[in-house]
Write a protein of this length. Structure first.
Length: 316
């Protein structure tokens, strides 16, 4: 379905960081559900309660032009302000370190976005447990192209930046992917099982959007093999949780502690250093990353063997 999209203009009254807000949802440069044209020009294919939608966001000076196609177009347009951080409130965030203060000075308009799509955040995070980002992104691409559906809008136009974009499967769709398709995509049982189990509880996942940070964390971690890291990665994106720092990530704890102290102290050290930012620890993580330039949040890694994948060690 091409046709004319529906367009709304939004004036946020501040600079919008689309690379941080929308870019957080992209699973690598080849992700068929997200496409970056420039830091001010993004495409996103998603699913909402009213249907599938393709969203184009173009930042033009003080305004954002949002155009959407599909049955879910109106609902997606309603969500644009929160996706770009309108619901985020950093007013009680107080820097406790000169580097963090400098980050706030450089990025006074930083806001954390919220997609309100728990499954779309959680299921890829399950794929990213204990493997390299390259492997996880390749698996996500393969599974979405096999089991997702073409996004509405100009996705059949080879000249469009949205050409061949896809909407990811529904929760039910993820739960019904055959085990051999997961294996062919390089996803061993260690990662496919928690994904499928979580997908079977799709409505319960979305109800975590109504919970506070700690309750949502407990609810997500009550699922088999969903640990602190996967919960945090989900809440960062779907809930816009400013406290959901990437605990358990292979890189982030060392990177935070090195940026603030010059020493690599791991998760325990980072947890202590982030204590002054309780309630805003993920915000502190993002700000530190912006000025210190540590590796992206991609979790514990290993290299998959070339034979049939098997369960491996690693944090969830």
């Amino acid at each position: 379905m091409t046709g004319e999209g529906r367009t709304r203009l939004w004036r946020p009254g501040r600079r919008v960081h689309t690379d941080l807000t929308v870019g957080a949802h992209r699973r690598g440069p080849g992700d068929p559900t997200h496409r970056r044209v420039s830091e001010h020009d993004w495409w996103r294919a998603t699913r909402v309660s009213t249907g599938t939608a393709l969203l184009h966001l173009l930042v033009r000076g003080p305004e954002v032009a949002a155009t959407a196609w599909g049955k879910g177009a109106e609902e997606v347009l309603d969500q644009v302000p929160e996706l770009l951080g309108a619901a985020d409130d950093p007013s009680d965030f107080t820097p406790a370190h000169p580097l963090v203060a400098e980050a706030v000075r450089r990025h006074p308009d930083l806001r954390l976005g919220r997609s309100a799509a728990v499954g779309e955040a959680l299921f890829p995070a399950c794929l990213e447990q204990v493997v390299t980002s390259t492997e996880a992104f390749a698996a996500f691409r393969t599974l979405v192209r096999q089991h997702g559906e073409p996004a509405p809008g100009p996705t059949d136009d080879p000249e469009s930046p949205a050409h061949a974009m896809m909407v990811p499967p529904t929760a039910r769709g993820w739960s019904r992917i055959p085990s051999w398709d997961y294996l062919r995509a390089g996803v061993e049982q260690r990662r496919s099982e928690p994904l499928v189990t979580a997908a079977r509880r799709g409505p319960a996942l979305e109800r975590t959007l109504l919970m506070g940070s700690q309750d949502a964390d407990r609810a997500l971690q009550s699922l088999p093999r969903i640990g602190p890291w996967t919960s945090a990665e989900t809440r960062q994106r779907a809930h816009g949780d400013p406290d959901a720092w990437s605990v358990g990530d292979y890189h982030v704890g060392d990177a935070i502690s090195f940026a603030l102290t010059g020493q690599r102290l791991g998760d325990d050290g980072a947890l202590e250093l982030l204590e002054p930012y309780a309630g805003h620890r993920f915000r502190a993580q993002v700000l530190i990353g912006l000025v210190a330039g540590f590796p992206p949040r991609r979790g514990p890694r290993r290299t998959l063997p070339t034979h049939t994948p098997r369960a491996t060690r690693g944090r969830a």
